[in-house]
Design a protein around this ligand. Structure first.
Ligand code: PAF
Length: 277
C-alpha cells in the first residue's frame, strides 16, 4: 500500500494504477463502516484509493472540527490490512490554498434535514468531494447509506457535473444492538451508549407501523418521536419521512421512502436512517 500526501505525487501515482479505480473518501478515524466501503470497493475495482482529510469547510462554527478524532497511524494499519492500494492524505494548505474562492454548490437537495440545521455543511462537502474526484479521477466512488442526505447530494452533484463516476451506496453497518457505526460513538459514556439504541428502535417501530399498513407520513414521524421520548437521555432534533431522492417530506408513504433522524445524547449528535421496503 502506498501513502502519498502531495497532489503532484497523487497524480503521478494515479497514472500507474490498473483500472477500474474505486475511491473511498474519508475523514479518517476509521471504523468497520469505512472498512466495509473499502471491501466493497475491492470487490468492484482493480485498484482502491482512499483519501483521509478532515475537511474544515464542512464544519460550522461551534461544530467539532478541532476535537474531531484523528489517528493516522491506526488508520493506515487498518487500510493496509483491508487491502487499499493507495492512501492520499492531502494537507489543508494544498486543498484550500490562500485566496481560495471557488465553491461547488448543489441547491435543492441540500436544503432540508441536515442542510437546515447545518448551513454551509453541504457546500463544504460538495466542494471537497468535487476536488477529490478531480484529483483521483476514479471510475467508482463509495459512500455509506448512513449519511443518506450526503449520498443523495453526491449523486445529484455527480449527475449535474457529468462526472463519469459510478456512485455506489453501501448499507449501514450496525453494532449487534442496532446502533449505527460512527466515529462520534466514542464520545458516548456508558449510559448514553445504552440509550443510543433508541434511534434504531424508533426507525424499526416506524417500519413496523408501515408494514402494518400505516401510510401517513405524519403518523410515521410521530411513531419515531414517541419512541425517542421513551428514552430520557435522548433529545430529538428532527425526524423525517421523505422521498429518498428529493428529500421532500411525504404525506403519503410508499416503498423506498427514507426515514431519518438526528438525536442528541448529551452533546453527541447521532444520525441514522432506514429505507422502507
Ligand atoms: O462522509 C465523510 O466522511 C465526508 O463528508 C467526506 C465525504 C469524506 C467529505 O469530506
Amino acid at each position: 500500500m502506498k501513502v502519498v500526501e502531495s497532489l503532484e505525487v497523487l497524480w503521478q501515482t494515479r497514472k500507474g494504477l490498473p483500472g477500474p479505480v474505486g475511491f473511498v473518501p474519508t475523514m479518517g478515524y476509521l471504523h468497520q463502516g469505512h472498512l466495509q466501503l473499502v471491501r466493497q470497493a475491492k470487490k468492484q475495482s482493480a485498484s482502491v484509493v482512499v483519501s483521509i482529510f478532515v475537511n474544515p469547510t464542512q464544519f460550522g462554527p461551534g461544530e467539532d472540527l478541532a476535537s474531531y478524532p484523528r489517528d493516522l497511524s491506526r488508520d493506515l494499519t487498518l487500510l493496509k490490512t483491508t487491502g487499499a492500494d493507495l492512501v492520499w492524505t492531502p494537507t489543508s494548505e494544498e486543498m484550500y490554498p490562500e485566496g481560495f474562492q471557488t465553491w461547488v454548490e448543489t441547491t435543492q437537495v441540500t436544503q432540508p434535514l441536515e442542510g437546515s440545521y447545518r448551513p454551509g455543511h453541504f457546500r463544504g462537502v460538495t466542494t471537497i468531494v468535487a476536488k477529490l474526484f478531480n484529483a483521483v479521477q476514479p471510475d467508482l466512488a463509495f459512500f455509506g447509506q448512513k449519511d443518506a442526505q450526503q449520498a443523495a447530494v453526491i449523486q445529484q452533484m455527480t449527475r449535474d457535473l457529468s462526472y463519469p463516476i459510478k456512485i455506489v451506496i453501501v448499507p449501514t453497518m450496525r453494532e449487534g444492538d442496532g446502533l449505527a457505526l460512527s466515529s462520534r460513538n466514542i464520545y458516548l459514556n456508558q449510559e448514553q451508549r445504552a440509550a443510543a439504541t433508541v434511534l434504531y428502535r424508533a426507525l424499526r417501530a416506524a417500519e413496523s407501523a408501515y408494514l402494518d399498513g400505516e401510510r401517513s407520513g405524519a403518523a410515521l414521524r410521530s411513531v419515531m418521536i414517541e419512541t425517542i421520548k421513551t428514552e430520557p437521555l435522548a433529545e430529538v432534533q428532527y425526524v423525517s419521512c421523505a422521498d429518498r431522492v428529493s428529500l421532500q417530506e411525504l404525506d403519503r408513504v410508499t416503498d423506498g421512502a427514507l426515514l431519518s433522524m438526528v438525536v442528541y445524547l448529551g452533546k453527541t449528535r447521532l444520525i441514522d436512517n432506514w429505507i422502507l421496503e
